[in-house]
Design a protein around this ligand. Structure first.
Ligand SMILES: NC(=O)c1ccc[n+]([C@@H]2O[C@H](COP(=O)([O-])OP(=O)(O)OC[C@H]3O[C@@H](n4cnc5c(N)ncnc54)[C@H](OP(=O)(O)O)[C@@H]3O)[C@@H](O)[C@H]2O)c1
Length: 255
């Protein structure tokens, strides 16, 4: 089984680190010859294709990780064949714009946490071969429709916002005197703890928060400030703006 990576940039490098970590033999991974490909091939022993046509001829699964605007043109006219699987990680590019028949196409949205096998990766449609590859990067989550996939892709942006909140909180803490290394570790692990508890428990989130937010306590005090500054509404607006951008509805909603 040869996995080809078409477009070896930032995200592909994270995925490749995850594949290595999961035990995949680097000789079973074939890279398109641009971006970080040559350097990664030299360092880790991945194979380098002569070009995109060569890559598609030799790979059983092709992960397409070029920029969204480049994706339709990049895959067009390549020698796709029956039985081959294409996994596009290109945000906002619908399956209908990827001309890869008779190969089958799946969309997936891995995060850079792929490199530590911690990416919750949504994908559609639910093909077993796709799940087997994506599960190497963290928990793969199958979706029921492409419309669901667009909504779920907003989480890829939320992942970045969460990192920004971690940075802001850590910087604020160290400006207040906390050791910067401790501030960074504590803030990051606070977000991990909040996410893991919700992911692993079945109780309704409203109930969990009600139990957490003591009347008159510190959590409530901060939520009052965030609410007075319309942060919850701004957060929802940001999610909607990302979805509009993904679906090309950017000008359709009155704001
Ligand atoms: N970054 C993330 O965290 C993230 C998360 C989820 C999904 N994604 C998706 O992943 C895709 C890649 O994002 P990125 O941040 O990794 O971008 P990137 O760093 O710009 O990587 C894109 C790579 O594709 C190469 N490329 C472009 N056209 C090519 C072609 N025709 N043949 C071979 N290689 C080609 C580019 O090479 P050159 O440098 O030579 O142009 C570049 O190395 C995007 O579609 C994005 O939506 C990214």
């Amino acid at each position: 089984m040869i996995i080809g990576i078409l477009g070896v940039g930032h995200l592909a490098a994270s995925m490749l680190a995850g594949f290595l970590r999961s035990g995949l033999d680097p000789e079973t991974i074939l890279l398109s010859p641009r971006g970080k490909a040559a350097a990664l091939a030299t360092r880790h022993g991945f194979r380098l294709a002569a070009g995109n046509r060569d890559l598609v001829e030799r790979a059983d699964i092709v992960i397409v990780a070029v920029r969204p605007a480049q994706a339709p043109e990049t895959v067009m006219g390549l020698p796709w064949r029956e039985g081959q699987l294409v996994v596009s990680v290109c945000a906002g590019v619908p399956l209908s714009r990827l001309e890869v028949a008779p190969a089958r196409a799946v969309r997936a949205m891995p995060f850079t946490a792929s490199e530590i096998a911690a990416s919750p990766t949504v994908y559609f449609p639910d093909l077993e071969q796709a799940r087997a590859v994506l599960d190497r990067l963290g928990p793969a989550i199958a979706l029921a429709s492409e419309a669901d996939f667009e909504v779920a892709t907003v989480s890829a942006a939320v992942y970045g916002w969460a990192q920004d909140l971690i940075r802001k909180t850590a910087e604020w803490s160290s400006a207040e005197g906390l050791d910067p290394a401790i501030a960074r570790r504590l803030t990051a692990l606070t977000f991990v703890a909040a996410g893991r508890l919700i992911a692993e428990k079945g109780e309704p989130m409203d109930q969990m928060l009600e139990e957490l937010v003591t009347p008159g306590g510190i959590t409530e005090r901060g939520l009052q400030v965030l609410s007075a500054r319309s942060v919850p509404a701004a957060w929802e607006e940001a999610c909607a703006a990302v979805l509009d951008k993904l679906t090309g509805r950017a000008d359709a909603r009155p704001r």
